[in-house]
Design a protein around this ligand. Structure first.
Ligand code: AN7
Length: 350
């Protein structure tokens, strides 16, 4: 059967009816790759849920197909979000698909080039503010409260509903939930959605267990770990450069109910995991996504997985092409030589 998008596949778990116009880019159904390198290193089967393979290159498409479909059903004419980049790229694409006006507020200078390109080419109204994501989100909340514009950040409950389909796909693929689930944490919508999805699948007896949820924030943008709002969050992983997550409480609930943890990883640890994924697995992710892998490598070093059996799933939230600058800057540049056969052969080392 051909894939028609995640709402079509998981309709009975989602708040849609026959009257809901389904706005889709055929998102979802992303790869779940067994990582040879990480499995050998950790001694458990490590799978990579590569959500960078979604149509706009991030997991945001899962929530956006729901949020935009429900916005169209409601009859709104415009949607708005604050974004570190991926939400705006996805909102812009889905809005273009159905003729909605899309307004996005981004932190000036702190979104990756690919994401900015996406919002612009899909014809969103892009407004950069001289402030960070948290400031932008507060503005968007106020505006969407007062004007007939639909909020499509993950505070919109339909976003969470769509995003909960990723754990459904994982359970379907593995025939059960994994033992551990590792995930980057920024605004904390996705960890909230995964935990909801895993619980619903178990309640419906489509899985027999719940994973321990392992969330990872960037070290200088780790409000949940540090238990305080971070006024000026910093990290190369600009997607998760967030100091006051909207879904803070549901994230800590996922951590505590599952018996998992939320920890932080440094930019160096993120960069190392980013390179490992690209070199060892052929999987190119954006730096925020590498936080899930950096996290399990850190836990492994600390002996956390000792004596454990089974499997770990790491969510890789966004595609590496989102942030081409970082890739080029973090690797030695190609050398430039004369276009001469002998010189090229010598350079190759033949
Ligand atoms: C690649 O686009 O917040 O914890 O405005 O783009 O659900 O926020 C992006 C977040 C992880 C964190 N990985 O997810 C936005 C935005 C990537 C991301 C996260 C984001 P949440």
């Amino acid at each position: 059967m051909s894939w028609k998008g995640l709402i079509h596949k998981y309709k009975k778990f989602l708040p849609v009816t026959d009257k809901t116009p389904i706005i889709t880019l055929q998102e979802g159904n992303t790869p779940l790759l067994l990582s040879r390198y990480l499995s050998e290193k950790i001694g458990l089967d490590v799978y990579l849920k590569y959500d960078g393979a979604n149509p706009t290159g991030s997991f945001k498409d899962r929530g956006m197909t729901m949020a935009i479909s429900k916005a169209v059903e409601k009859g709104v004419k415009a949607v708005m979000c604050a974004s570190t980049g991926n939400t705006s790229a996805s909102a812009a694409a889905f809005s273009a698909r159905c003729g909605l006006k899309c307004i996005v507020l981004i932190p000036e200078g702190n979104i990756a080039l690919g994401k900015l390109a996406q919002a612009m080419i899909h014809n969103a109204q892009v407004i950069a503010i001289k402030g960070n994501f948290d400031v932008a989100l507060n503005l968007v909340k106020t505006i969407t409260d007062e004007y007939p514009i639909e909020l499509v950040n993950s505070l919109n409950p339909f976003r969470i509903e769509g995003q909960k389909t990723a754990p459904f796909e994982i359970c379907d693929f593995l025939s059960d939930a994994p033992i551990f689930h590792s995930i980057p944490v920024g605004n904390a919508g996705n960890i909230t959605a995964y935990w909801k999805g895993y619980k619903e699948y178990k309640d419906k007896k489509l899985s027999t267990r719940l994973p321990k949820m392992l969330g990872f924030q960037a070290a200088k943008s780790a409000p949940i770990v540090d238990e305080k709002i971070i006024e000026n969050p910093e990290t190369i992983a600009t997607a998760i450069r967030i100091g006051n997550p909207a879904s803070w409480e549901t994230a800590t609930a996922a951590r505590d109910e599952s018996g998992g943890l939320i920890d932080k990883v440094t930019d160096d640890e993120i960069l190392l995991a980013y390179k490992i994924l690209a070199r060892e697995e052929g999987v190119f992710v954006e730096p925020a996504s590498a936080a899930s892998v950096a996290g399990i490598l850190k836990l492994n070093e600390a002996g956390y997985f000792k004596g454990q059996k089974g499997n770990i799933v790491c969510t890789l939230t966004g595609h590496g092409l989102k942030d081409p600058n970082l890739a080029v800057e973090s690797i030695q540049k190609p050398i430039v030589i004369e276009p001469d056969l002998k010189t090229v052969i010598k350079e190759i080392g033949l």
